[in-house]
Design a binder for this molecule. Sequence first.
Ligand code: GTP
Ligand code: MG
Length: 148
Amino acid sequence: SERTYIMVKPDGVQRGLVGNILGRFEQRGFKLIALKLVHATPEHLEQHYIDLKGKSFFPGLIKYMASGPVVAMVWEGLDAVKTGRSMLGATNPLASAPGTIRGDFALAVGRNICHGSDSVDNAEKEIKLWFPEGVVQYTNDNSKWIFE
Ligand code: GTP
Ligand code: MG
């Protein structure tokens, strides 16, 4: 089934929101297949946000993302990319619905506490970039209780 790359940004780590964010993906029924705490270099983050190079906010975005450790993870399950994005909420927290991660915890687009892949193709690229060592293979016997 589908995989997505989800990341708690440095502000989410500093504010102690890692457990809450992880918990939402667990509760929803996704399977955790990779997880690590990493203080990424600007070069690595520029690669991650390569599509945004040239935007006026790009230097500030890289500085923000390099300002502390992030929690990198891969979640697997039904429509993981689309569902992950809807759980995050709109990019600008001013427009994020209450009940979403950003809608519950953030106010500013430049401090929006989490990242989620925006397509299956980008998810694949991001998983390779953040987990070149690969994800973890294991059986989780609860899937028949989560989808048909
Ligand atoms: P990610 O999940 O982080 O990729 O966010 P997104 O897919 O919802 O938005 P996008 O990829 O367009 O932008 C990536 C990140 O850049 C956003 O999450 C914001 O942190 C930041 N960003 C986007 N637009 C702006 C902006 O207009 N101003 C500032 N300061 N930051 C922005
Ligand atoms: Mg994006």
